[in-house]
Design a protein around this ligand. Structure first.
Ligand code: GLN
Length: 481
């Protein structure tokens, strides 16, 4: 098997034993990017010189007998929403096209300490707003399984890069499904940790009460390795959890005997795509074969798209309208020229710098927060959010993990939903409720459609139960193999 097709856990063992070098791994990734990325467009920028220099440093330290970090020499791609000091961080937007981050995100700092090698920054929907990766100022990313289809979004570049073997590991961010849905569309693993488990410091904010950074990997064991490196308390993020980080690797040794797996009727409406429904049901049965037990649960609010999608989009857009106020042409990035006064400069900067979807959301979010509408929309959405959280808490009293589809369909065609925002938003029916509740969830590749497109299955767990989630995901992955 070519080096760029292997997993991080396989490669790191071989590297630590001196069978391969970090330079070979980085060269394999760069060659692969050179060969396929012209078509896939998974990367916004790559850093071959920096990555090779880092690889050489790791190889020299290994030769000198130094103890290396757990991800030593492994190529890793970062979604371009994460700040890397001295490097471009565009967020997929014209407004940040030339922005150079003045500091490292905490995850970037910790991954550097783990000796991972940053290979480049991946494409994304502008400001992480989208489900198809078509809202990028830098052009769409294509699905490596079918170039006429989207890779999912907003972390479509990260999922496509891992699926196309352009990188071994990647990070994405997930506000309403942006790690899990592209992982499902591209046939890779995508994990959204519990809100607060991974520091958001240096992650450019979209909706701060929902955003979470997560691993995009080729298998569950790699997701474990990557989560282990990025999970933990960070005083620079006031919402960061102080709960101790367990040894997630121990989870891989467990099994699912006696585990109660919950299925919610609301997740399987009659109109659901038969292959998508079948994959989740087959996955549940595979867990039963491995010793788990199925239980029926109810999600009367969290399981209903009309509550979840409206609640999610009101809250996400409201927070986005506040977070994106900082892009005013003065503090960051693009600044329109030729204006005669400050108001005009703001107007032109934001009109020219933001794309259509971002502007739509800023306007809708500002509307939902404005006097007279706040109670009807924003406050109501917060109340429904509480009901959604309570729904999950009740379900998890009866089961240990939940299983559901990741998205209502397989990867759709480029352009197919671009003119119908509501249709695009409905992609998130299974994923957005997870962010509203703050719980962890993972997308595991499980089946293939008749058209040979990947179908993932989602597992959900109570807050901070990542070890249980990963143990179940590992069992599911073995069943799928
Ligand atoms: N599709 C959702 C949105 O556009 C989720 C995006 C995300 O998780 N960043 O808001």
């Amino acid at each position: 098997m070519a080096l760029n097709q292997a997993t991080a856990h396989e490669l790191s063992t071989r590297l630590q034993q001196g069978e391969i070098t970090a330079r070979q791994l980085v060269e394999a990734a760069i060659d692969r990017i050179g060969a396929v990325d012209g078509q896939i467009n998974a990367f916004i920028s790559i850093d071959p010189e920096g990555a090779l220099a880092h690889a050489d440093d790791i190889d020299q330290r290994r030769a000198a007998g130094a103890v290396l970090g757990p991800l030593a020499g492994i190529p890793l791609a970062l979604k371009d929403v994460l700040c890397v000091r001295g490097g471009h961080t565009t967020c997929g937007s014209k407004i940040l096209e030339h922005f150079i981050a003045p500091y490292d995100a905490t995850v970037v700092e910790w991954l550097r300490d783990a000796d991972a090698v940053f290979i480049g920054k991946t494409n994304m929907d502008e400001f992480a707003m989208g489900s198809s990766c078509e809202n990028s100022y830098f052009g769409p990313t294509l699905n490596p399984h079918d170039p006429e289809r989207v890779p999912g979004g907003s972390s479509g570049g990260s999922a496509a890069a891992v699926a196309a073997d352009e990188t071994i590991l990647a990070l994405g961010s997930d506000t309403g499904g942006s790690v899990r849905q592209p992982a499902s569309y591209c046939g890779v693993v995508g994990l959204k940790p519990t809100y607060g488990r991974v520091s958001r410091y240096g992650l450019i904010a979209y909706a701060s009460s929902l955003d979470q950074i997560g691993p995009v990997t080729k298998d569950v064991e790699d997701a474990v390795l990557l989560l282990q490196a990025i999970a933990g308390h960070d005083p620079r993020d006031s919402t960061s959890s102080t709960a101790p980080v367990p040894d997630y690797r121990a989870a891989l040794k467990g099994n699912v005997r006696g585990l109660r797996v919950g299925l919610a009727r609301e997740h399987f409406p009659a109109a659901l795509d038969a292959e998508v429904a079948g994959a989740a049901q087959d996955a549940a049965n595979a867990l039963v074969d491995a010793g788990a037990e199925l239980v029926d649960v109810e999600l009367p609010v969290a399981g209903h798209p009309e509550y979840c999608i409206s609640t999610y989009y009101i809250i996400a857009m409201a927070e986005a309208s506040a977070n994106l106020a900082r892009y005013d042409g003065v503090k960051y990035g693009y600044s329109a020229e030729g204006s005669t006064d400050l108001q005009e400069m703001y107007l032109h900067t934001r009109s020219e710098g933001f794309g259509t979807e971002v502007k739509r959301r800023i306007m809708l979010g500002a509307y939902a927060l404005s006097a007279g509408y706040y109670d009807a929309y924003y406050r109501k959405a917060q109340q429904v959010r509480t009901l959604i959280r309570e729904d999950f808490a009740r379900a998890f009293a009866a089961c240990d993990v939940l299983i559901s589809p990741v998205a209502p369909t397989v990867a759709f065609r480029l352009g197919e939903q671009l003119d119908d925002p509501l249709q695009m938003y409905l992609n998130d029916i299974y994923t957005a409720s997870v962010n509203l509740a703050g719980i962890p969830a993972i997308s595991v590749p499980f089946a293939q459609s008749h058209g040979d497109l990947p179908i993932g299955v989602q597992l959900l767990a109570p807050p901070l139960k990542e070890a249980r989630l990963l143990r179940t995901a590992h069992a599911l992955e073995r069943a799928a193999a």
